[in-house]
Design a protein around this ligand. Structure first.
Ligand code: BTN
Length: 338
């Protein structure tokens, strides 16, 4: 398929703001004059001033002004493509990173990119989503710059029946990335909700374009609650963030880099070795793999039972309480019951 170049996707962050952020981060301890910044990134001093105001508005702590020079008090935790790209060198995610200060949904943008022929590995990031989407038509609360809202475009050489494994791959990557930020080990509730202390802090929405025997592309959308200090009222009992759990601020940039590096590793393992190592790893890190009492809600029914491992395709096996034997669940909501 011909690739239409969409690097100037409407609404993406101006590459010069990206350059400005990198410049500030790389010179975080010194004062740099407005004139020097303007020269380096090729804009006027007035433009530098306007962008500094914009960065302040989203919480970047910039001190000073055009005449005295600027410096930042702390390296900004903005998911700026240039900084990410350097740190993701050697992975397919380093090449095409689209960043938005605000967009409707990174999954929607990535699906559009996929349809336009964008290559494997494109990453779409947003500081804020206005219509963040969750599984089963639910919404995903996307507070500005508090969480990670990331969608990755993949072109895996697999058939649609293997697609649930991609979802497990992404869940494992997010789990390993977040584990470094937590004292308690995160759990994976099949297929890929990440939980800590029984509450969810990360969700994954996989969407794809496929023919019966071939996946054209898949978009894996990952939402992680990172620095939210409180959850919306209706979610308090079921959702949490890394900050709520640890009482500490966490770098979204560092977490995202770990996430994409782990994703690269698990994805390559899946493509070269198949499902086995992925299923083995899932068995090690998810308490839902086997022997968990659950209530399963699918599009057609709700039943209770006990989990009994995964099928080679990634489907969850559940021994039903009603005597109808093992059920293989392709998609649905799974909740622990006591
Ligand atoms: C779920 O658990 O219901 C899945 C939530 C997935 C949320 C992420 S945030 C980034 C990407 N863009 C979206 O609109 N959704 C996913």
């Amino acid at each position: 398929m011909a690739t239409k170049r969409l690097a100037n996707l409407p609404g993406t962050t101006d590459r010069r703001i990206d350059a400005l952020l990198t410049l500030l981060a790389e010179n975080s301890t010194i004062v740099i004059s407005g004139a020097k910044i303007a020269k380096e990134i090729g804009v006027t001093r007035q433009q530098v001033w306007r962008w500094m105001e914009k960065l302040r508005a989203i919480g970047v702590r910039v001190k000073g002004h055009a005449r005295t020079g600027y410096h930042i008090e702390r390296v900004p935790d903005i998911l700026a493509p240039q900084m990410l790209s350097h740190r993701l060198y050697g992975t397919p995610f380093a090449r095409r990173i689209y960043h938005f200060f605000k967009t409707d949904s990174t999954n929607t943008v990535a699906m559009r990119l996929g349809e336009a022929g964008e290559p494997h590995g494109a990453v779409v990031l947003a500081e804020e989503q206005t219509i963040g989407r969750g599984r089963a038509g639910r919404s995903w609360t996307s507070e500005k710059s508090a969480g990670i809202y990331c969608s990755v475009l993949l072109r895996p050489p697999i058939s649609p029946v293997q697609a649930p494994l991609l979802t497990l791959v992404a869940g494992l990557a997010a789990r390993d990335a977040a584990a470094e930020d937590l004292a308690a080990l995160p759990d994976i509730r099949w297929p890929n909700d990440l939980l800590v202390g029984g509450r969810k802090f990360c969700g994954i929405l996989t969407e794809m374009h496929a023919e019966p025997d071939r996946v054209h592309f898949a978009v894996v959308g990952i939402g992680i609650n990172v620095n939210q200090t409180k959850m919306p009222e209706q979610l308090v009992d079921i959702a949490t963030s890394l900050r709520i759990e640890t009482g500490k601020f966490h770098s979204r940039l560092e977490l995202l880099i770990r996430l994409l590096r782990h994703l690269d590793r698990y994805y390559n393992q899946f493509i070269t070795e198949g499902a086995r190592p992925i299923l083995r790893r899932f068995a090690q890190v998810s308490s839902y793999f086997e022997g968990k009492r659950v209530r399963v809600t699918t599009a057609i029914e709700t039943f209770t039972g006990t989990t009994a491992g995964l099928e080679p395709s990634g489907m969850l096996r559940v021994m039903r309480d009603d005597g109808h034997g093992i059920e293989c669940v392709l998609s649905g909501d799974v909740a622990e019951v006591s």
